[in-house]
Design a protein. Structure first.
Length: 92
């Protein structure tokens, strides 16, 4: 039987973290225009972007419910992601 090739196939070692999430991780607030970095937390898989965007920096362009819209530049193309505040960190 062929093994499954899910989104996190062969990629869980990159996402290993020692700590668990807290209520403060979900209650982070950002303003439109804030610069953020995408930092996926493996222990909460909802609202997580693909691994290839780990460490990419972008700008908050909006809010949808409890999540934020982040715009990053991938090569020359602008991409929009809807990411939970748990998976983004504020930079500079």
């Amino acid at each position: 039987m062929k093994r499954p090739r899910g989104m996190l196939s062969k990629g869980t070692k990159k996402l290993k973290k020692a700590r668990r999430f807290t209520a403060g991780d979900f209650n982070k607030t950002f303003k439109i225009g804030d610069k953020v970095a995408i930092d996926p937390k493996p222990y909460y898989r909802s609202g997580i972007p693909h691994q290839r965007y780990r460490g990419k920096s972008g700008v908050i362009v909006g809010k949808r419910g409890g999540a934020y819209e982040v715009e990053i530049l991938d090569g020359r193309k602008r991409k929009h992601f809807i990411v939970l505040p748990l998976h983004i960190e504020k930079t500079g």
